[in-house]
Design a protein around this ligand. Structure first.
Ligand SMILES: NC(=O)c1ccc[n+]([C@@H]2O[C@H](COP(=O)([O-])OP(=O)(O)OC[C@H]3O[C@@H](n4cnc5c(N)ncnc54)[C@H](O)[C@@H]3O)[C@@H](O)[C@H]2O)c1
Length: 100
């Protein structure tokens, strides 16, 4: 069975998503994206084999990525989830799905 290529966008609560993906027999944690260098550094210290992205558009180009956990601040969820789906990615969206 092919493992799902898993990526996490936003490394606050997203660190818990990364931990779950890493623990899953169905997922392969391949990438993370954030604009915060300290958070990227912390992620890299735990998952040295994953690719780091600072630009969401670059993450979307990564063909290994099948699914993205959207873990951005609340008002950004829908916008980034739609962009990910339009790029052919599956998404898992942190609650809330979005706010008005
Ligand atoms: N923290 C929790 O325990 C918790 C629990 C349940 C749900 N949530 C929900 O999860 C979501 C995120 O919460 P959080 O506490 O992790 O927030 P946070 O602000 O700590 O983390 C969000 C991350 O997104 C990054 N980010 C912002 N804009 C970006 C962009 N354009 N590209 C890449 N990265 C970007 C930030 O740098 C930051 O690291 C919220 O909707 C919150 O309601 C959080």
């Amino acid at each position: 069975m092919k493992k799902l290529g898993y990526a996490v966008l936003g490394l606050g609560i997203g660190m818990a998503h990364a931990e779950a993906a890493e623990a899953s027999e169905y997922a392969d944690l391949v990438a993370a994206c954030d604009i915060d260098e300290k958070r990227l550094e912390k992620f890299a210290s735990i998952y040295p084999n994953a690719t780091l992205y600072r630009d969401f558009e670059e993450l979307l180009k990564d063909e290994r990525v099948d699914i993205i956990s959207i873990c951005l601040p609340s008002a950004m969820h829908a916008d980034f989830a739609v962009r990910a789906m339009e790029a052919g990615k599956n998404v898992l969206v942190e609650k809330p799905l979005d706010i008005i």
